[in-house]
Design a protein around this ligand. Structure first.
Ligand code: MSP
Length: 508
């Protein structure tokens, strides 16, 4: 059985879930649902990143201990993802005992092998990013992300011998051209590797920061937050058991936003090399969301919260919009008018309408009892069958390439075709003549099949909606999951379906 290990970044606990983090969660949740439904062994990990300067400062500003802050915010992240029906298998916190032990074990091991050593360091440090910058990486002397001037810091520190693995990483990228995808981000990492990457400072003196994992060989220092955080991808699996680790590593598909490319594309693979572990399968990098053309920020008051969106338009509509509106790897803009337009045209008029019209006619003309298909099928029915077969093939291809938007488009082309089929075959007119009722029954049977296949294909994207469609079709669980069930085999004549409920009431 194929296996897949899907991860999200672990979120800093100095903020709340927002559009950006929700986007990663929805992509990864969709993929986890997709592969699970197809029988893959799936492990889906998310969690919170709780150490470091940023968190220590946020706690001080809130007048609470870092522990109290992280407990509260981590729980609120978890609750938000639960409210969004995110089907993660494990939620890791970097303050979990098992994670701390694992980080210390790795540190001790790399210290013994000589890949961690003590030295002096001087550099420009951005506290927002929790990392040193080379002057070249700065824009007008400022951190390109935080637009603040980094501080010159001089200290003794432990280094990770990252430079030792530079050549091997370059060779790996050459041998695995899609290791980092899409290609643009791979090229960015290749460019980083054209310069010497140097060694990575991985300790912080306790005189400056205490909120971190203590270095096992020197209690005057805590571990740099990125060295700690990246290890979550393995500590979580180990925590579940050595067998879980053996099964899911290195089947990892990491998903991240483009701002954390360097830690994932350079630090993490070189750490894995030093640890003697195989590298992850893919690093999948997505773009950034803006809101009405502007950067999302607390000060602008334009932060989109997933839970507000759930209350406003429903979870599935929010999921649909984020997945449909964006191209993986590119930036996207969240606009109320696009959301409104897509909701009405695609959710209400296309799929919503197809479901309600088909089930309403089934109820009106046959009191919900399924009728036999025509044998042989007329050309127009065969074309409908072909449209859904094509959608199924396209979904598979697009999901594999992370083109979730195109996968949705493919299904909606088929449902659009089904709506046209209703107009062209006009069962509502035929039904006026009792002699045509068998034909009407066959047309409606085709439409029920169209609903079944649509729900099957859309389940990972719109889980709640598809559950409602399956419920109205009164299909037993095992038949929902059979992807190659031939058209016409799902519903025996006489099978009772239910009346529709409005899935996506039109927005005014
Ligand atoms: N804690 C680190 C990740 C450690 S992973 C071992 C971190 N956390 S974060 O909370 O700041 O960011 C989490 C994710 O949110 C990142 O992938 C980041 O790219 C993403 N986003 C933050 N703002 C975003 C948008 N406006 N749009 C899309 N994603 C964005 O970094």
């Amino acid at each position: 059985m194929p296996r897949i290990y899907i991860t999200t970044p672990i979120y800093y606990v100095n903020g709340d879930p927002h559009l950006g983090s929700a986007y990663t969660m929805l992509i990864t949740d969709t993929l986890a649902r997709y592969y699970r439904a197809r029988g893959w062994e799936t492990f889906f990990l998310t969690g919170t990143d709780e150490h470091g300067d940023k968190i220590e400062k946020a706690a001080a500003a809130a007048g609470v201990s870092p522990k109290a802050l992280t407990d509260r915010v981590s729980a609120s992240f978890r609750a938000a993802w639960d409210d969004c029906d995110i089907t993660y298998d494990h939620f890791i916190r970097t303050t979990d005992e098992h994670h701390i032990r694992y980080v210390q074990e790795v540190l001790a091991r790399l210290y013994d092998t000589g890949d961690i050593y003590f030295g002096g360091y001087q550099g420009l440090y951005c506290f927002g990013c929790e990392r040193f910058y080379t002057p070249k990486e700065l824009r007008d002397g400022k951190c390109p992300d935080h637009l603040t001037e980094p501080k010159m810091i001089e200290e003794e520190t432990y280094f990770f011998r990252m430079s030792k693995y530079q050549e091997r990483l370059i060779a790996h990228l050459e041998a695995h051209p899609d290791f980092i995808r899409p290609e643009g981000f791979r090229n960015e990492v290749v460019a980083m590797l054209r310069e010497p990457i140097g060694d990575l400072s991985i300790s912080r003196p306790k005189t400056r920061l205490t909120w971190g994992i203590e270095m096992p060989f020197d209690n005057r220092y805590v571990t740099y937050v990125w060295f700690d955080a990246l290890l979550n991808y393995i500590s979580a699996l180990k925590h579940k058991g050595e067998d879980v680790f053996e099964r899911f590593w290195p089947e990892a598909e990491h998903f991240i936003g483009k701002d954390i490319l360097k830690p994932h594309g350079v630090f993490w693979p070189t750490m894995l090399m030093a640890m003697g572990e195989p590298l992850y399968r893919h690093l999948n990098v997505h773009g950034f969301w803006t809101v009405e053309g502007q950067k999302m920020s607390k000060s602008l008051g334009n932060v989109i919260s997933p839970l507000d969106m759930k209350a406003k338009i429903g979870l599935d509509a929010f999921r649909y919009f984020l997945l449909r509106e964006s191209v993986f790897g590119q930036d996207a803009d969240f606009r109320e008018d696009s959301l409104h337009a897509r909701y009405n045209a695609e959710l209400a008029n296309n799929i919503g309408n197809l479901v309600s019209r088909s089930l309403a006619m089934q109820d009106r003309y046959f009191q919900g009892a399924v009728q036999p298909l025509s044998d042989p099928m007329p050309e127009i029915d065969q074309r409908l069958v072909a449209a859904f077969a094509q959608a199924a093939a396209e979904v598979e291809q697009h999901v594999t390439n992370l083109s979730l938007s195109r996968a949705l488009e493919a299904v909606f082309r088929a449902t659009d075709h089904a709506n046209k089929y209703i107009t062209e075959t006009a069962p509502f007119t035929l039904a006026k003549d009792p002699a045509s009722l068998p034909r009407v029954g066959a047309i409606l049977h085709n439409l029920l099949e169209a609903l079944r296949v649509s729900a099957q294909l859309l389940t990972p994207f719109l889980p709640d909606t598809c559950e409602k469609i399956f419920a109205a079709l009164v299909l037993p669980d095992e038949r929902k999951r059979v992807y190659d069930l031939p058209w016409g085999r799902a519903f025996a004549p006489g099978h009772q379906v239910q009346k529709p409920q409005a899935l996506f009431p039109r927005l005014p």
